[in-house]
Design a protein around this ligand. Structure first.
Ligand code: NDP
Length: 260
């Protein structure tokens, strides 16, 4: 099946690891050129080089903190230098851990900047590039927590819910420009962060059993997804096979969501 992605330029925030890396590889496997943005310069550059070599596409890896305006500007410039963006994957993000009683304003602000303002700023800068190229796709990686909160991360739950609404609102604004905008809400995806935390809690011998316990509690398929499983869904939504899809939020959570 030809997904129509050959020669498109995709910007993937947080594309140096985890789900973002798998999305970058999935798009590159379909012939898309890739810009990876992440804070760790070496990891971003190495990921870009490896993907370029493996799939024979043009790649760029840049050090940018998308929680800042300057970081977003750097991403927008890098994409312009490579000819302009067709696809934006707003993926960079991370969990939090607090109570509402204890978290200060600075913590709320940081996650607002990372999960919401990054998407706002990158839309302002990259949508004009998409318009010039005749259309495009924007995907937001939010979380099942946007609608089914975890008790220990109220800031994550709240900012991801805001990102989901931003996605819908942007979709309405750019529908007439042939730009499709959607949101994906993953459930449990086995990335480095989960493994690191599980090792801290349960040790080298116990981390896998700990993660299985988390999956059992979630129910449904009772397992974590691999980043690659999640990436397939994103790649499809980027493709012209998803041409009638915009303004939606898709749950890819192995049945964890408890509501319809
Ligand atoms: P990882 O921790 O595996 O990877 C995160 C990536 O984002 C890295 O490339 C990291 O690079 C980059 N990143 C983090 N902060 C910034 C920043 N401020 N600016 C630029 N890049 C940044 O995360 P996951 O793959 O697990 O998660 C990716 C997204 O998926 C997140 O938004 C997360 O909320 C969401 N998600 C994940 C789930 C899961 O179970 N894993 C479930 C639901 C949603 P660097 O550190 O160098 O900046």
């Amino acid at each position: 099946m030809d997904l129509g992605l050959k020669g498109k330029l995709a910007v993937v925030t947080g594309g140096s690891a985890g789900i973002g890396r798998a999305i970058a590889e999935g798009l590159a496997a379909e012939g898309a050129d890739i810009v990876i943005a992440a804070r760790d310069k070496t990891r971003a550059e190495d990921a870009a080089l490896e993907i370029g070599k493996q799939f024979g596409v043009r790649t760029g890896g840049i050090a940018a903190d998308v929680a800042t305006a300057a970081g977003c500007d750097a991403v927008i410039s890098a994409a312009a230098d490579m000819g302009g963006t067709d696809i934006l994957i707003n993926n960079a993000g991370t969990g939090s851990n607090e109570t509402i009683q204890e978290a200060d304003d600075a913590k709320w602000q940081y996650y607002w900047d990372l999960h919401v303002m990054a998407a706002v700023r990158l839309a302002r800068g990259l949508v004009p590039q998409m318009k010039q190229r005749g259309g495009g796709v924007v995907l937001h990686n939010a979380s099942i927590c946007a609608v089914q909160p975890l008790w220990y991360e109220p800031i994550y739950n709240t900012t991801k819910a805001a990102l989901m609404m931003f996605s819908k609102t942007l979709a309405n604004e750019v529908a007439g420009d042939s730009i499709r905008v959607n949101c994906v809400n993953p459930g449990l995806v086995q990335t480095g962060d989960w493994i690191k935390t599980a090792k801290q809690i349960a040790g080298e011998d116990g981390w896998e059993a700990h993660l299985q316990g988390v999956a059992d509690e979630a129910g449904g398929l009772k397992r974590f997804a691999s980043p690659e499983e999640m990436a397939h869904f994103f790649v499809f939504l980027c493709s012209n096979k998803a041409s009638y899809s915009t303004g939606s939020t898709y749950f890819v959570d192995g049945g964890w969501l408890k509501t319809v």
